[in-house]
Design a protein around this ligand. Structure first.
Ligand SMILES: Cc1cc2nc3c(=O)[nH]c(=O)nc-3n(C[C@H](O)[C@H](O)[C@H](O)COP(=O)(O)OP(=O)(O)OC[C@H]3O[C@@H](n4cnc5c(N)ncnc54)[C@H](O)[C@@H]3O)c2cc1C
Length: 491
């Protein structure tokens, strides 16, 4: 680990959940912090947008573990962000997700014991495999409950058994295709296939939602504003609508950044809460040794998605307090097709929101690769709408005929690419597969003094992963004793 930064002035690039939560933590530790964000509003993927008075989510559909004694709830408490103001608990009907496969339905409940019961009922012949799986899941969820999980980067990340691929573990346990398919769904939540998903990330995703599951009361815009307000209330400076073009160095040490218009801002350290390839484009070619540069450039991305936001008649289609996944699997249990559905409250004039998310490859949009949002032309709009109509039609297999269904908006990998500068419109940043773990680890050991990474590419994606990444970045920047000393008092 590098020596802690001695100066006080820190610049963070990017006001997504990673940048804002890192900023809040640094302010709590007494640093002077400026965040620079290229968009007009803060929030990045967490921010939602309005269409016909309906709040449409981008990157926060549901979040786990926000209860007061649970890991993310504790992290929100440290950050000074009220869970009750922003979220409400899911699961009033006993489930959080319904997985609908062609040949069976599985309900993801709340609570570890209920989950174990449902798994044993769905896979009655797999007692011994489930004994082993549930033991390791309980072990990780127990460790997640201890504050050392986010304050000291505790054991689960050091235990080699938890870094092996889920696929290999399930091969050893001779798991059936059905069990594999069930366990493959949480891996999709971080964009990795089961075969290559590290056990720890699978278990963290499952345990998080089993602790408790939550939806936003008023949407991602309010969540983004709450984080930004907390940051500025603590004395942080938020510069919006200005992109960082360059990270400036002198003798291998960060001196600050240059903005698009050439203005320079000085800093003792810079935290890049953006995609690592975007960060690399801000450094002189010789700034990192060529092997590390090559490692970052060749990182594989998580896949993109196409998302359809559709208005539906609120009286005919009430809000569903669980999500539905329509899934297909192959004979080994690999997910070959998965579509996510969520029905939420819409506007006051009788419209609810049906959000549909399906996989979409960046290469499928290559014709428009060199265009920018809003200026891609009629062919692109046609293709988008054709896919959206088809997805809407398919959703009737799940919900029955939809009354007054109207497409409000559609976004593609290109939309996300341009909105937050993520290469290939990757949903969850770099692919957190076992194959890439070593490559990704080097992101947290950049050889440049005063340069750190945060956001979904640093530890893990998702709200929990990003905020864990923020604690990790601050631990590196300030040193473990300082982070632990200052923050543990708040718990
Ligand atoms: C479709 C979708 C659904 C999801 N659903 C969920 C979910 O239900 N639950 C969950 O927990 N997670 C979900 N996620 C994941 C979650 O949204 C992300 O992991 C998280 O929001 C990423 O935050 P971040 O801060 O790392 O990055 P971002 O939100 O991408 O923030 C990076 C910020 O940096 C800014 N930036 C980029 N380049 C520059 C520059 N040159 N200068 C200045 N600023 C710059 C960007 O504009 C952006 O605001 C979902 C993601 C997607 C895409």
């Amino acid at each position: 680990m590098k020596d802690p930064v001695t100066g006080k002035d820190i610049i963070i690039i990017g006001a997504g959940i990673g940048g804002l939560s890192t900023g809040i933590l640094l302010l709590l530790l007494g640093y002077r912090v400026t965040i620079v964000e290229k968009n007009r509003k803060p929030g990045g993927l967490m921010r939602s947008y309005l269409r016909k008075g309906v709040d449409c989510p981008v990157g926060v559909h549901y979040v786990g573990a926000l209860g007061p004694s649970e890991p993310l709830g504790k992290m929100f408490h440290v950050l000074g962000i009220s869970v009750e103001d922003l979220f409400y608990p899911m699961g009033s009907s006993g489930l959080v997700d319904r997985y609908r496969f062609d040949d069976f339905v599985f309900d993801m409940p709340l609570g570890m014991d209920a989950y174990e019961r449902n798994l044993r009922k769905a896979c009655p012949a797999e007692g011994p495999a489930l004994d082993i799986l549930m033991k390791s899941l309980r072990e990780i969820s127990g460790q997640m409950m201890d504050p050392s999980f986010f304050l000291r980067q505790s054991d689960p990340f050091q235990n080699m058994d938890f870094l092996r691929p889920m696929g290999e573990l399930l091969d050893d346990l001779r798991a059936s295709a059905r069990l594999r398919a069930l366990l493959a769904v949480p891996c999709q939540l971080i964009g990795v296939d089961l075969d290559d998903c590290p056990v720890i990330f699978h278990h963290m995703a499952v345990a998080g939602y089993l602790f408790s599951s939550w939806r936003l009361k008023e949407g991602g815009g309010k969540m983004a504003d709450a984080f930004a307000q907390r940051f500025t209330a603590l004395g942080g400076k938020l510069i919006l609508n200005r992109a960082v073009r360059k990270i400036n160095l002198s003798s291998g040490k960060v001196t600050g950044i240059s903005l698009g218009d050439g203005e320079k801002l000085l800093a003792d350290a810079v935290v890049a809460a953006i995609h690592p390839k975007t960060m690399l484009s801000m450094l002189d070619p010789g700034a990192l040794r060529s092997s590390l540069r090559e490692r970052i450039l060749t990182l594989e991305e998580t896949k993109g998605v196409i998302a359809v936001q559709a208005g539906i008649d609120a009286a005919a289609h009430r809000e569903l307090d669980y999500n539905i996944y329509r899934l297909r699997h192959d004979e080994r249990g690999g997910i070959t097709n998965g579509i996510f559905y969520q029905i939420r409250k819409g506007n006051a004039s009788g419209t609810n929101l049906l959000s549909i998310i399906a996989r979409s490859f960046y290469r499928d949009w290559s014709l428009w690769e060199n265009t920018v949002s809003g200026k891609r032309g009629a062919d692109y709009e046609d293709k988008k709408l054709t896919i959206a109509r088809d997805l809407l039609k398919k959703s009737e297999e799940v919900f029955g005929p939809l009354k007054n269904a109207k497409i409000l908006d559609v976004f593609t990998p290109l939309t996300l690419r341009d909105y937050v500068n993520c290469p290939e419109g990757s949903c969850y940043g770099v692919l957190r597969s076992v194959r890439q773990l070593l490559k990704i680890a080097s992101l947290n050991k950049l050889s440049i003094k005063g340069l750190y990474m945060a956001g979904q590419n640093s530890v893990a994606p998702g709200v929990m992963g990003c905020i864990l990444g923020s604690f990790n970045a601050v631990r590196q920047l300030a040193g473990t004793p300082r982070l632990y000393g200052e923050i543990s008092r708040l718990l």
